[in-house]
Design a protein around this ligand. Sequence first.
Ligand SMILES: *[C@@H]1O[C@H](CO)[C@@H](O)[C@H](O)[C@H]1NC(C)=O
Ligand SMILES: *[C@@H]1O[C@H](CO)[C@@H](O)[C@H](O)[C@H]1NC(C)=O
Ligand SMILES: *[C@@H]1O[C@H](CO)[C@@H](O)[C@H](O)[C@H]1NC(C)=O
Ligand SMILES: *[C@@H]1O[C@H](CO)[C@@H](O)[C@H](O)[C@H]1NC(C)=O
Ligand SMILES: *[C@@H]1O[C@H](CO)[C@@H](O)[C@H](O)[C@H]1NC(C)=O
Ligand SMILES: *[C@@H]1O[C@H](CO)[C@@H](O)[C@H](O)[C@H]1NC(C)=O
Length: 426
Amino acid sequence: MFGKVFVAALALTAAVSAQSSSASSATATSTASACLQSEVTATAQADLDSLSSCTTFSGNIILAETLSSATITGIQEIEGNLICKNNTQISSISAPSLQSIGGAFTLNGLTVLGTLSFPELTSIGSINWVTLPAIDSLTFTTGVTSCDQIYISDTDLSTLNGITLDSVTTLDINNNLNLNEIEMPLTSVSDQIDVSFNGETTISFPNLIWANNLTFQDVESISTPKLQTVNASYILISNNFEKLSAPNLTSVGGLSIIKNDDLTSISFPKLATIGSAGLEISNNTQLEEFSFPKVSAISGAIVLSGSFDNATFDDLTLVRGAVTISSDEDFDCSAFDKMNDDNDIRGNDYVCSAASSSSSSVLSSSAASSSVTSSASASSAVATSSSAASTSAASSSSTAGAVAFGPNTQGVAFGGIIAALFFGIF
Ligand SMILES: *[C@@H]1O[C@H](CO)[C@@H](O)[C@H](O)[C@H]1NC(C)=O
Ligand SMILES: *[C@@H]1O[C@H](CO)[C@@H](O)[C@H](O)[C@H]1NC(C)=O
Ligand SMILES: *[C@@H]1O[C@H](CO)[C@@H](O)[C@H](O)[C@H]1NC(C)=O
Ligand SMILES: *[C@@H]1O[C@H](CO)[C@@H](O)[C@H](O)[C@H]1NC(C)=O
Ligand SMILES: *[C@@H]1O[C@H](CO)[C@@H](O)[C@H](O)[C@H]1NC(C)=O
Ligand SMILES: *[C@@H]1O[C@H](CO)[C@@H](O)[C@H](O)[C@H]1NC(C)=O
């Protein structure tokens, strides 16, 4: 370690002092021009060694498919990208003195890569790691504290220890089947976090205050104690937790809680506004009751579907989009009926159906209101409510709820959301 640093220092000294000697100026020039290349493709370790006098390398370094290991010595900064793709024999990549990669750090299709040793690395433009099935940990000893975009997919990583960021534009972590934990001190996320289909992943963002979008699928737990704002949409699909809590969340652009089969309780005690992406709570089979005590206005649509008997919105006074509610339990529609009667539901459609005895009057009122607009619309909600209108016998049966929201796959469900949002808003 000291030896390498010393050699690098000597090389640097030689390069700097070369100007005084005409005999070595050719070397200095070639060294300098070596460091200023726009791209080097290293097919052997010697190609990397020839750059070891460069403190800063200006361009991209490509590690070719012929390397079985790679050590980048001397270089402290790569201004361009560091890329290694489609190499099925490289087992180790290390860069003992590298502190910064200005561009992308791309690793793709490296089937036996087991060691990534970057003990001094603190700053990366973006991380793009895909299909690294043999890498289970990072040797990022100092730790990366600056990286704008992260995409990590199909690796064997069990943690992201060594990547510790305060802010990020995008963080997309998917299909890492051993990833059990993501904890980061992020305070803001300017585009999105998407964590989907990894291992039994616990998520902890103890300092996160706002994120533009958040999507979590198939995670074990989520802790966001300080989260105040999700500007665009907060989407939770097919997760494995029983409880979901956002204790400090006051504003979301949209909130979708879909098909979380173990979910029994949700807590959004401070949530006051929901934006144009609306609210959907559907197919959470164990979620029997929920409340949004502080939500006063929803700029988009509401879709509630499932087996709930109590959905309480104490402060709600305005819904700009459509409202589609169906429960196969004994849910009382009267609060929503009243909002609809008072014209506080501004969207084209209002449907509330439940498996209760009280639902027949509810269905007739919803059918009456939706039949006014059904000819102008084509959403599934409208189609359902107009069929309810035409067959009043069917409307009191317990299958009305299932008809009102029938999609059986996520894709169809999303189509339903989009249709509901679209027709709700316009
Ligand atoms: C990597 O390999 C795949 C399939 O073998 C090929 O489609 C792709 O073009 C290769 N990429 C590079 C950068 O060689
Ligand atoms: C919750 O948000 C408020 C601002 O709305 C902030 O003052 C407070 O510190 C936050 N609480 C926590 C626990 O972060
Ligand atoms: C999101 O909302 C927060 C809090 O209101 C705000 O500071 C931030 O600029 C917004 N971000 C975007 C991308 O709109
Ligand atoms: C993230 O937010 C933007 C708006 O800021 C939106 O256009 C985009 O579709 C969102 N992405 C997801 C996955 O929701
Ligand atoms: C429904 O939930 C609200 C809020 O949690 C609660 O105050 C109310 O008592 C519940 N109603 C019934 C019938 O359980
Ligand atoms: C969603 O709920 C509807 C209505 O209860 C049901 O018909 C449908 O099968 C459910 N879909 C999934 C994927 O569970």
